[in-house]
Ligand binder design. Structure first.
Ligand SMILES: C[S@@+](CC[C@H](N)C(=O)[O-])C[C@H]1O[C@@H](n2cnc3c(N)ncnc32)[C@H](O)[C@@H]1O
Length: 247
């Protein structure tokens, strides 16, 4: 099996238990995310937005609810099935397509915004992906990428991960085992598996983006930590970054 097949299979499997806040999030939290997105998009509506690696549709659903025209792609058919169910629940219309972030079957110069959340870390060729996202963006269009250093190799981070894995194994399912089995052989071929801000900027520059900014999403992380669940506190203990770049 090649790398993409392994990744697709893992996320097909993972779609059963991965909802990541799409339908179980409070309106207050959704509004914080929407405010952040709206601010990043200059308060504009009616934009053509592409969500790459949409999973269960977290960003795609929000952007559609905010009055934008949304296309969303994912490698995993099972994730897309879940995203479509979630779109029905929230009563929004989105153009969902199966596709690869590194080879978009989409026209040049079409979207105002290309966004993604928690995708950069699992891309075998981030520069190729970024060049593709740049290709489908209109001149002046914007990339909004959100991700964290989920696999930070520092001691404290490893201890926090071991604790949250243990809690998940006891309370949820066995996915941390499956994750390791699938991703351990791949991680050396995923350049942003351990996501460092300076590395991310370097890849954006290599893909042709001159104006790139990266900031920590401290406000959203601290409100997620305050939710009270121990897993939220652990998951959001590492910084999450908001990366913006303009074509
Ligand atoms: C960690 S999940 C994040 C999902 C969603 N963006 C969220 O924040 O909840 C990563 C998603 O990226 C998708 N994915 C991974 N590699 C991809 C690729 N090359 N092209 C498109 N989607 C990909 C996976 O199938 C999975 O749904």
């Amino acid at each position: 099996m090649n790398t993409k097949d392994v990744i697709r299979n893992y996320w097909d499997y993972r779609s059963e238990s991965y909802n990541n806040g799409v339908i179980d999030q409070s309106e207050e939290e959704r509004n914080s995310w929407k405010n952040m997105l709206s601010e990043s998009m200059g308060g504009k509506r009616g934009l053509k937005v592409l969500d790459v690696g949409t999973g269960p549709g977290f960003l795609a659903l929000m952007c559609a609810e905010m009055g934008n025209e949304v296309t969303a792609i994912d490698l995993s058919d099972n994730m897309l099935k879940k995203a479509k169910e979630n779109a029905l629940i929230r009563g929004v219309s989105i153009d969902f397509r199966q596709g690869d972030a590194e080879n978009l079957e989409l026209p040049d110069d079409y979207f105002d915004v290309v966004m993604n959340k928690y995708l950069l870390w699992t891309l075998p060729d981030p520069v190729k992906a970024l060049m593709e996202w740049r290709r489908v963006l209109k001149g002046g269009g914007m990339i909004i990428a959100i991700d964290g250093n989920w696999h930070d190799t520092g001691l404290v981070s490893r201890m926090i991960r071991a604790t949250s894995d243990l809690i998940r194994i006891i309370t949820e399912d066995k996915y941390p085992y499956i994750f390791r089995k699938q991703y351990d052989p791949l991680k050396k071929s995923l350049p942003l598996f351990s996501l460092k801000p300076e590395k991310v900027i370097h890849y954006f520059n290599e893909a042709g983006f001159d104006t790139v900014s990266i900031e920590k999403m401290d406000k959203l992380c601290s409100s997620a930590r305050k939710k009270g669940k121990i897993l939220d506190k652990l998951d959001f203990s590492n910084p999450i970054y908001l990366i913006k770049a303009t074509k």
